[in-house]
Write a protein that binds this ligand. Structure first.
Ligand SMILES: [Zn+2]
Length: 158
């Protein structure tokens, strides 16, 4: 199961396994993880057609452009779908269950979805259509994971 939490390519695993499984940054995803370490959400974008992509791709999937960079985005979006993880968690996640994994559609582009855990409220509060914003959780000195928290609605209620 832990393999589903890694975004790295096969054969590119870190030599020393961390306690909690985490994505393995690759050359392609480095811009995303470097930004997270700065507390920013950055998404790959094609300079030719301005299309955002996530997860990062080798070439633009729309125009086949090869000039792809990472651009900071607002980090705000809407819950597109979610799943609540309970029961037998993957190794390393025992203390974290239950938790909700969100697929968040970012405001920048329809269909641009980023995954992240819901923090700040119980997992059962997750609801499709709910507004959220990115927050960053530091797992250790070098690794920062983007997660999401609720944005208060017009009445100020979270
Ligand atoms: Zn393009």
């Amino acid at each position: 199961m832990s393999s589903s939490y890694r975004s790295g390519t096969p054969g590119n695993e870190a030599a020393s396994a961390p306690v909690r499984p985490r994505p393995t940054p690759t050359l392609r995803t480095k811009g995303f993880w470097d930004a997270a370490r700065r507390g920013e959400l950055a998404i790959q974008r094609c300079s030719a057609c301005q299309r955002f992509f996530h997860p990062p791709a080798p070439i633009c999937m729309r125009c086949h452009g090869e000039d792809l960079g990472f651009e900071r985005v607002s980090g705000e979006g809407t819950i597109h779908s979610f799943s609540i993880m309970r029961g037998s968690p993957p190794p390393g996640f025992e203390s974290a269950t239950p938790y909700a994994v969100l697929a968040v559609e970012l405001d920048e582009q329809p269909g641009l979805v980023v995954m992240g855990n819901l923090v700040g409220v119980p997992p059962e509060f997750a609801q499709v259509g709910r507004r959220v914003r990115v927050v960053f959780q530091t797992l250790d000195d070098s690794f920062v994971l983007p997660m999401f928290e609720f944005i208060a609605d017009e009445s100020g209620k979270v």
